[in-house]
Ligand binder design. Structure first.
Ligand SMILES: *Cc1c(COP(=O)(O)O)cnc(C)c1O
Length: 402
């Protein structure tokens, strides 16, 4: 997945443009910047690649989710439905706007289970937030029909799935709002950065203002601009945007490389009885940043991940035990352990996650292993790796009982 693996002259040239002018700020300083507007150019490139009318860059993927929720006017006591398998950023963003994260089960897609979503809808629900974990997407058509039925906003967390598509649309562009992260491990990187994409002009206007202290961005001089709304600083810098500008040009090459490496690994594992693969919803195309598969049981999954590591197969993840990506270890959320106290809406509204039944999620996640697909591998390296993985599965993990 990581764009930082293939980092070179293009990135250096873009960054040097910014360093040469000395203008690190994305707004203003028109006369000093030698015509360089890296953040604006990256926004245009994103609009084009994602086939949307608006893109707003911000300082991180977490900031993108936060700003997107604010644009959708999500606030105190509103409920946002999101999956048990995600990154902590998803519920951090929800809590930060005063809303309540309502976790629901994932299914064999490793993303939101539409049946669980429908069951979780209440009169307080405002947003459904599928998280396209590890490069593949939720069943977006099913989620959209739930959103249409209950008048909810569909917000795609596409931070890990840039470059994938659904019904021919780039992931992130299917919902009302879509968010990307360009942090250091994502498919394309700015070092730190994120973006919100939308076809909704009002959302875009709000994002543009909210992410820059409420600036209306219509004045000539920043100091003279007005502040129609309260906002914060979620701006990206020109230096970060410059890196992203070089990386987005390479996105389709990165995806093609990932697809090639993924296919080699997948065909080696497909021959092994007892293994099944993560379900990709119909009309969906992954970005191939991970190969995710299921073992017959939790026990065989644990044996496999241990044997992978003992045989030098790195970058494979057993999310069931992961601190940051699965609800089981989110004690800080379960205990609402923040620095300062939360509002009564959150305290009263947060379900008691210590007793919640997420056995459906456990059923899938406890048997899942996801292996990162790197860009820098040679064909030979991928084939060797695939052989080792297949050997481990055939010889070390005993499937005979299953
Ligand atoms: C990385 C990530 C984020 C947050 O992005 P940052 O840029 O690191 O803040 C949010 N959601 C998911 C699914 C992610 O993987």
């Amino acid at each position: 997945m990581p764009g930082f693996e293939l980092f070179g002259d293009k990135e250096r040239k873009q960054v040097n443009d910014v360093l040469d002018s000395g203008v690190l700020m994305r707004y203003g300083f028109d006369g000093m910047r030698n015509g360089h507007w890296k953040a604006k150019e990256l926004e245009q490139a994103l609009q084009k690649r994602m086939q949307v009318s608006h893109a707003q860059l911000v300082s991180s993927g977490t900031a993108a989710l936060t700003v997107a929720l604010a644009c959708a006017k999500v606030g105190a006591g509103d409920e946002v439905i999101l999956p048990t398998f995600t990154f902590v950023a998803s519920f951090e963003a929800v809590l930060s706007v005063g809303a309540i994260p309502i976790l629901v089960d994932v299914d064999d897609t490793l993303t939101l289970d539409p049946i669980a979503v429908e069951k979780a809808v209440t009169s307080k629900t405002k947003v459904v937030m599928p998280v396209h974990m590890c490069g593949s997407m939720a069943d977006l058509a099913a989620l959209k029909s739930i959103c249409d039925k209950h008048d909810l906003i569909l917000l795609e967390d596409a931070c890990q799935a840039i470059g994938g598509s659904y019904e021919g649309k780039p992931l992130g562009s299917y919902g009302d709002l879509g968010c990307f992260s360009f942090d250091y491990v994502k498919t394309i990187t700015c070092g730190e950065g994120g973006a919100i994409i939308t076809n909704n002009k009002e959302y875009y206007k709000s994002a543009d203002q909210y992410s820059d202290h409420g600036h209306d961005h219509i004045g000539k001089d920043r100091g003279a601009e007005d502040h129609p709304i309260l906002g914060y600083n979620y701006r990206i810098s020109e230096l970060h945007a410059a890196v992203g500008l070089a990386q987005i040009e390479r996105l389709d090459d990165f995806i093609a490389t990932q697809k090639k490496n993924y296919s080699i690994m997948r065909s080696a594992l497909e021959k092994i009885p007892g293994i099944s693969f993560r379900r990709v919803p119909e009309h969906g195309v992954e970005n191939y940043s991970f190969l995710s598969f299921y073992l017959p049981t939790e026990e065989t999954a644990r044996k496999t991940i241990k044997a992978f590591s003992e045989n030098g197969v790195d970058a494979c993840f057993y999310w069931f035990d992961n601190n940051w990506h699965y609800y089981r270890k989110w004690n800080h959320l379960k205990d609402l352990n923040g620095l300062n106290s939360f509002s009564k809406e959150i305290k009263n509204g947060l379900p008691n996650y210590k007793v919640s039944d997420f056995s459906k999620s456990d059923h899938w996640v406890s048997r899942n292993i996801s292996c990162l697909i790197k860009l820098g591998w040679t064909d030979e390296e991928v084939r060797n790796r695939a052989n080792i993985m297949a050997n481990v599965l055939l010889n070390i993990v005993d499937f005979s009982d299953y």
